[in-house]
Design a protein. Structure first.
Length: 126
């Protein structure tokens, strides 16, 4: 399939596909006229890339998942290198959640203190 077809099927842009190819994540053959031609298997690869990007992974983290798919696995998640990236990412998310929870708790304390503090009016009208 041509680049426009792959982009439409994968829900991405041709520019993104070229970038993924430049980064070695997507493979294309070149026709004599210079057009990129993609195998059907690249659709699964691009969908996996998009799903991982949507989940917060960066392109450097995605390579093990692509390799896993290219090795013939139905999912890019099942190989040891992919599992290691998933574990690391879960740890990062848990750390971020802990920081957010601590921030929320601090804000609740500040709000409670602010609501319990009585201030005299700035000026009284008679």
């Amino acid at each position: 399939m041509l680049i426009g077809e792959l982009a439409a099927l994968a829900g991405t842009s041709t520019r993104a596909l070229r970038y993924y190819e430049q980064r070695g994540l997507v493979r294309a053959r070149r026709c004599a006229n210079g057009y990129r031609v993609y195998d059907e298997a690249e659709l699964q690869v691009v969908r996996k890339i998009r799903a991982l990007l949507d989940t917060g992974f960066d392109l450097a983290d995605i390579r093990p998942f692509v390799t896993c798919l290219r090795d013939g696995n139905d999912s890019g998640d099942v190989c040891p290198d992919s599992v290691a990236v998933l574990r690391r990412k879960v740890g990062e998310v848990e750390d971020a959640l802990a920081r957010l929870n601590a921030t929320r708790d601090q804000l609740h304390l500040q709000l409670t203190d602010a609501m319990n503090t009585r201030r005299p009016p700035a000026c009284e009208f008679r």
